[in-house]
Design a protein around this ligand. Structure first.
Ligand code: NG6
Ligand code: CA
Length: 513
């Protein structure tokens, strides 16, 4: 794909959006410094939580958070899939500017290079303890396919500013199916070394394709390679038996690690990046949640995610940290119903609308792809509210640098704006415009109430996911104020708006210092 280099897009954004980083430096740092928890669900849709209007599922803990904070109705991830979204969040740079930021394999090398300034670095510079717990999906080790899974797998989160990490290397549906703590696989027996390949199977190892009789959950598309816990995955692995995760326990294990970190850090400011496996496939919630939603494993996984949120909120309260902790809850991309396993998600969906009123879902240029749940709570400073301002995860970096009075090195975080006053609902007007990326790397621009989906290659509808990806040979223009569901393509009626937005998109893509 074409890459757009913009060493100093930062300057452009400064001018266009009117942010002034000098002024931010004058800002008063709150004392004591607030703790920050970023609760990052996977594939959770706008309509998957009851505080966003769902009547078909109840998420009392998420609702509790929303009630005590700002609930955003126009929060976006930058991309409609995980790796590019997470890349943009942690670097403050749109992923489409960089080669190799598409959905990562489980043996991808570290996509964010150690020299890069990250969101974790902001907190490090401010003297915080910083943890990454959960799904990583940004590569580990120096080069793809060459990691020493049995040794220290570096670079990893500790090279990117994190002081502690307990992660899944990629996703639940990709090998290796193990936890990695501070760059070492947990519980690995040196007599049973682990091997990983995304090229070919290891001799004698069963696969979902050849041995469906060994499966407890069958793939609907893809996911027919190595079998771990009766579930076939993407990629091949061998060995490491004692280290393999149990899918039913993932939420409990990760939530436990997040809580341990909070307890350990209770006397020092901390930043916790808690990226759950829920509600990504394979959806295998703990038996406590199985069957509880009436919607099958996808609904049950939402209940499990809500439980994790509740656990975090409870421990904050118990430790008396609740008033001065900023909790942000969001998702890496929009929802998908069938993402590759026969888990009854389609059959049991009923009238539930995972993306709410929005069109499309995960992978899509339509709003369902990136308009995700968004809540920020900071009880001692921010009053409960609902905000319809345009906000985006890419702004975490500059916004928190602003809050903590940290100077971002020149050239770093080029697409991140200090939107703190919007996030804290303190007079900010939100982003003037935002660029979004779908699974085919086609871009859209939202500017005020207008949205242009630029013409691009790719299927109109995902063959297997049955989601409208928004790809079209012609441009599409929608007026989100009157048509949030993007039903009426107005590109013929408003050629001047189309032209204006296209020029703006081009400028963001190509502008150099
Ligand atoms: C796709 C997978 C899907 C999911 C996605 C990444 C197949 C057929 N589909 O390629 O199941 O893993 O990648 O999801 O393999 S994400 O939320 O991490 O971006
Ligand atoms: Ca995702």
């Amino acid at each position: 794909m074409k890459k757009y280099n913009a060493p100093c897009i930062f300057g452009l954004i400064g001018i266009v959006a009117g942010t002034n980083h000098q002024a931010l430096a004058q800002q008063k740092i709150p004392t004591p410094k607030p703790n920050v928890i970023y609760l990052y669900a996977d594939d959770l849709g706008f309509g998957d939580i009851s505080c966003n209007g769902s009547k078909t599922i109840q998420t009392p803990n998420i609702d509790r958070l929303a009630k005590q904070g700002v609930r955003f109705t126009n929060m976006h991830s930058t991309a409609a899939t995980s790796t590019p979204s997470r890349y943009a969040l942690l670097t403050g740079e749109y992923a489409w500017r960089r080669e190799g930021t598409g959905i990562a394999t489980g043996d991808a090398g570290s996509i964010i290079r150690p020299e890069r300034y990250t969101l974790a670095n902001v907190f490090k510079d401010a003297g915080y303890q910083i943890a990454a717990v959960g799904k990583w999906h940004l590569g580990l080790g120096d080069k793809t396919g060459t990691q020493d899974w049995n040794g220290h797998i570096s670079p990893g989160p500790s090279d990117l500013g994190f002081s502690y990490s307990f992660i899944m290397a990629a996703t639940g549906d990709r090998v290796p199916c193990v936890y990695v703590e501070n760059e070492k696989i947990v519980n690995l027996d040196s007599n049973d070394p682990i091997s990983v390949s995304y090229l070919k199977n290891f001799e004698g190892e069963p696969t979902g394709k050849d041995n469906p009789e060994l499966l407890k959950m069958h793939p609907s598309h893809g996911h027919d390679m190595s079998i771990v816990n009766g579930i076939s995955r993407i990629g091949f692995m061998k060995g490491g038996k004692s280290a393999l995760w149990k899918d039913e326990e993932i939420a409990e294990v990760l939530t436990g690690k997040a809580i341990d970190f909070i307890r350990r850090s209770k006397n020092i400011p901390f930043f916790l990046y808690f990226a759950t496996q829920d509600i990504h496939v394979p959806r295998v919630p703990h038996p406590r949640f199985a069957g509880k939603s009436g919607m099958g494993p996808r609904g049950d996984a939402i209940l499990e995610f809500d439980w994790s949120v509740g656990q975090v909120l409870d421990v904050l309260k118990e430790l008396n940290l609740d008033m001065n902790t900023i909790v942000i809850l969001t998702s890496d991309n929009g929802p998908v119903v069938d993402d590759g396993y026969k888990d009854q998600a389609i059959e049991l969906l009923g009238s539930h609308k995972p993306a709410g009123v929005f069109r499309g879902g995960k992978y899509s240029s339509y709003e369902g792809g990136t308009r995700v749940p968004g809540i920020l709570s900071w009880p001692s400073k921010v009053k409960p509210a609902i905000s319809d301002k345009l906000v985006c995860q890419v702004d975490m970096l500059a916004s928190f640098a602003g809050l903590l009075n940290i100077t971002i090195p020149k050239g770093a975080a080029p697409d991140s704006e200090n939107q703190l006053s919007t996030w804290l609902n303190n007079g900010g007007k939100g982003r003037e415009y935002l660029i979004l990326q779908n699974t085919n790397n086609n871009l859209s621009i939202e500017d005020g109430h207008w949205k242009l989906i630029a013409a691009g290659k790719g299927p109109a509808v995902g063959k297997e996911t049955n989601i409208e990806y928004g790809n079209s040979a012609t441009d599409q223009l929608y007026d989100l104020s009157g048509d949030p569901a993007e039903k009426n393509n107005l590109y013929k009626e408003y050629p001047q708006i189309v032209q204006k937005l296209k020029s703006k998109l081009d400028l963001v893509k190509t502008k150099v210092h």
